[in-house]
Design a protein around this ligand. Sequence first.
Ligand code: ADP
Ligand code: MG
Length: 401
Amino acid sequence: MKTLDDLIAEGVSGRHVLVRADLNVPLDGDNITDDGRIRAFLPTARRLTEAGARVVVTAHLGRPKGEPDPKFSLAPAAARLGELLGSEVALAADVVGDSARSVVSALADGGVAMLENIRFDARETSKDAAEREALADDLVSLVGDKAAFVSDGFGVVHRKQASVYDVAAKLPHYAGGLVLAEVEVLRKLTEDTARPYVVVLGGAKVSDKLGVIANLLTKVDRLLIGGGMAYTFLKAQGHEVGNSLLQADQLDQVKGFLAEADKRGVELVLPVDVLAATTFAEDAPFEVVSTDAIPADREGLDIGPKTRELFAAKLADAKTVFWNGPMGVFEFAAFAGGTRAVAQALVDSDAFTVVGGGDSAAAVRQLGLPEDGFSHISTGGGASLEYLEGKELPGVKVLED
Ligand code: ADP
Ligand code: MG
């Protein structure tokens, strides 16, 4: 796999470089509520501009329906990237049309332009390879066939999409700093991992994480389960969970995981107490209850104090930790304590610690934990999880050829 270093060494001054970035930031109106993904892209952007490249950024935002939709314009992302870079980023009004052509041809050496949301073009996500390739050809003709392609959007490398996969096959291709860093970290989590290897999983639904649990059960020494998904595990062990998030249709699956963990000698640790609230609300009254005694009319919105201690103790001797999924409804301050406790245990640990998942990474920032307290915070939720499921990532594979 060739990297950004290789590209810089080949020389990029005056050359067009098409970069697929992940700038899919959360917005409140025109306001970016968390610019983590834009900041994460800065090192790659800076290296290219400092080397004199003419950088053309392509990215998506949200889920437009394959046609222009002002709600999903990349304008806020382009403005923020320009602020952070300290030089304006011109945004084309279209993806590969007249505006894109004029913005790209106006680029000076060391300049950055951005194409409008790539998902405004339905061919980006088409299942039909010929349609995707047609868009990839349009992208190539924008930047010229002497251009290079840098894949820096780790959050999208699990997608076989025109700007991620098809265009990479048509231009000399390089892994950007983010993709390279993520792939190296994920390899450490799946090959020759330093032990004890402890994984903490949480989040809303166990059904989102079935593949990850199944694959990680073959690799880890210990699996700690919190968050909404814990209730399906607790129910599978015979506990009553009241109104807590329960996926009854996953009970057989989860019983299978419990048996598998047992067979493999993986220590599976579940919450012993929870904050049981009267309703799903920020200001809902709650009490700490043992998981043996969750009242029928209550729902667990966070792990309790004993569980926080237990999880911290189970993390203390780890040499490798992967954490995905909040331990509770951290968006509500009253139910953020469990997530904070697990995050703090990672910060306090000497292990190689990796945080994966969009909400988990957002929680780390929202709760004000030091980002340098973790060995790595992944920018790609779905992509990391697919890799950990043991799947091949098409957008990485294509860079290897
Ligand atoms: P990530 O994006 O890090 O992979 P998920 O998307 O799986 O995480 O889960 C995040 C969501 O899980 C959060 O919005 C959080 O509110 C929710 N969640 C965590 N614990 C609970 C719970 N006990 N009940 C309901 N929702 C929960
Ligand atoms: Mg999520």
